[in-house]
Design a binder for this molecule. Structure first.
Ligand code: MN
Length: 240
């Protein structure tokens, strides 16, 4: 793979992002990140089924927008690659998707409490993250293993996300999207921090969230600075 310089760079950044997401506890032994092929908007790259912290360039597989592995690759893929194919297929403005199970986010999906921006770092949450209820889409029974493991479920998740960049998955985790790898990692890390802060604040009393206007303005400012944490996070995971 990685013949073209653009693809090689994207795949290398994808590997680095896997390690950063683990180091920043946005994923653990489970979870994954994808990047759209910079040379072909109809395919994307995602690791084979291994833990994010151990992903190497050799583990990266190219998929089509139905979640089918290309280039004759028969290695075991993530069962939930349809989260990525569903969002990337339906959202041409999103080029990179993260999925994980970070614990601070879970109570929101469980209670139907809206995850909303409590500070400028997570302003992209806007007026609040939608919650994906897999029971509404599961066939033939609402009881499932909770996995988004078909193109139909990936589609349903993407529709629930709508035009936003973050979706909670009840009893499961989250999916985040952005136009770049750096930005989707940034959003994942700070959505999780937002969840912890919001949970603490709600115990104290009524919470002042960012207004939609504050969210729009501060998102633009803060997302212009993401090279700074990216440099820090990269240095933390560099191999000696
Ligand atoms: Mn999952």
């Amino acid at each position: 793979m990685a013949e073209s310089p653009a693809v090689k760079a994207a795949v290398e950044e994808l590997v680095l992002a896997n390690h950063i997401l683990y180091d920043q506890t946005a994923v653990d032994g489970y979870g994954h990140i994808s990047i759209r092929n910079p040379n072909n908007p109809n395919t994307f790259f995602l690791a084979r089924s291994v833990a994010p912290s151990v992903v190497t360039v050799q583990d990266i597989i190219e998929f089509d927008m139905n979640g089918k592995a290309l280039n004759g690759d028969t290695r075991t893929a993530y069962g939930e690659r349809f989260i990525h194919s569903g969002i990337l297929r339906n959202r041409p403005d999103i080029n990179s998707v993260v999925h994980g199970h970070a614990a601070p986010l879970l109570p929101f999906g469980l209670t139907g409490t809206t995850l909303k921006p409590v500070y400028h770092m997570s302003a992209f949450l806007g007026e609040g993250a939608p919650i994906f209820e897999i029971r509404n889409f599961a066939k033939p029974s609402p009881d499932t293993d909770m996995f988004v493991k078909s193109a139909d479920l990936g589609d349903a998740l993407s529709k629930t996300m709508g035009l936003q960049y973050f979706v909670l998955m009840r009893g499961h985790g989250y999916a985040a999207g952005a136009d770049s790898i750096k930005k989707v990692v940034f959003r994942s890390v700070y959505a999780i921090q937002n969840a912890s802060i919001q949970s603490e604040a709600m115990k104290m009393g009524p919470v002042q969230y960012l207004t939609p206007g504050e969210a729009t303005i501060s998102q633009e400012t803060i997302e212009g600075t993401i090279a700074r944490p990216w440099q820090l996070w990269s240095e933390r995971v560099k191999k000696p």
